[in-house]
Write a protein that binds this ligand. Structure first.
Ligand SMILES: [Zn+2]
Length: 194
């Protein structure tokens, strides 16, 4: 049986919501040393991504492993599943995980989980002149983001949860006290162990 792998998140978390199959290879011809990635269509579906992701992934396989792979996943050569998995994970991190919450809800423009939208260039320049955020604030923010991740991974997406999370994203970046308050409120309300 194919054990499922967590997409992003803690790899050892058995209750994580986002999972995918591990790559499976099938030997197509004994003499020619021809293989096929048997379950690529399934993995693409589980990643909720598209053909374009697959094409980019195959290009990476070709470039990094020196194989020629056709669009149906047939290739010739001695390649380990570990190597293929390593490259697949790299591509998942690059294209499918949100830069802020690390959940696989990133569509390249914004995150469907936490609502993150990258700053446009002018905003980035502006933010360079902003006063630096203190360590205490970063710490409270990180703990609050953890609470958001728990809400997204373990709870169904109700309107109430969406509202709680939207409240979180409206907290000003430099307000450690509010981040702390929000986190305590969420931990109590949903009985989350800190
Ligand atoms: Zn996100």
């Amino acid at each position: 049986m194919n054990t499922l792998i967590n997409i992003g998140g803690d790899p050892n978390d058995p209750h994580y919501r986002y999972k995918r199959q591990r790559i499976e290879l099938e030997r197509v011809s004994k003499c020619g040393g021809m293989f096929r990635i048997r379950n690529i269509a399934q993995i693409i579906r589980q990643l909720k991504t598209n053909e374009q992701f697959k094409e980019t992934l195959y290009k990476k396989f070709q470039k990094q492993l020196g194989i020629v792979i056709d669009k149906n996943g047939f290739f010739k050569g001695n390649v380990s599943i570990e190597k293929l998995e390593e490259i697949l994970e790299e591509q998942i991190r690059k294209f499918l995980l949100c830069p802020r919450c690390s959940l696989p809800e990133w569509n390249g423009r914004n995150c469907r989980a936490c609502g993150y939208v990258p700053l446009i260039e002018s905003e980035t320049k502006e933010s360079k002149n902003k006063p630096k955020v203190s360590r205490a604030v970063c710490y409270e923010q990180a703990r609050a983001v953890d609470a958001v991740k728990v809400l997204y991974s373990f709870f169904p997406r109700t309107k109430e949860i969406e509202a709680d999370i939207n409240n979180f994203w409206s907290i000003p970046e430099n307000n450690a006290e509010l981040h702390d308050k929000w986190r305590l409120y969420i931990e109590n309300k949903y009985s989350i162990e800190p």
